[in-house]
Design a protein around this ligand. Sequence first.
Ligand code: THU
Length: 160
Amino acid sequence: MKEIKIETTLYIYKEIKALPKDVIALMQNAIEARKNAYAPYSNFNVGAALLLDNGEIITGNNQENASYPSGLCAERTAIYYAGSQYPKAKIIRMAISAGSKNNKTTKPIPPCGACRQAIAEYEVKQDTPIEIYFMGETGKIAKSNSLANLLPLVFDKSVL
Ligand code: THU
C-alpha cells in the first residue's frame, strides 16, 4: 500500500483593496452581479464575474426555482454564458462573491463541487489555468491559481 498526499495552495488577501487593481474591478463586477441573484428560497446570493482573453467581462448570479434542482449556481450561469457567446475565448480568471440575507458572510465562500466540475471542463478545454478568487460579502479573499487546485483527481475528457 502506498500513501499519496495531495496539496493545495491558496493565497489569502486581507481585503478587496489588497487585490491587484484589475482583480478589484472584476470582484466589484461579481459583487454587483450578486445583487441581481434570484434566490427567494435560500436567501443566499452569489455573483460571479469572468474576465476573458478578448477583454470581455461576463457576469452571472444564482437563479433558483420552485423545483429546487432546476436552479443554477452563479458560476455556472456565468461560465455557460461565456461558453455560448465566446466559444473561442479563454477565461483568464473568475471572481466570486457570496452573501446570505440571513447572516453576514465574512469568510471566503468557495464554489460548490458541481461548479468546480463545470469550471474544470473549460480549464481543460482551453489548456490554460483559470485563476479563481472567492470571498463572502466582505472580508478576506482567497485565490487559487487554477481550478485544478480546487478539484484534485478531476474527472475529464481524458478518461472517456
Ligand atoms: N450557489 C451558488 O450560486 N454557487 C455556489 O458555488 C454554491 C451555491 C447558490 C445555489 C443556491 O441558489 C444557493 O447558492 C444556496 O445553495
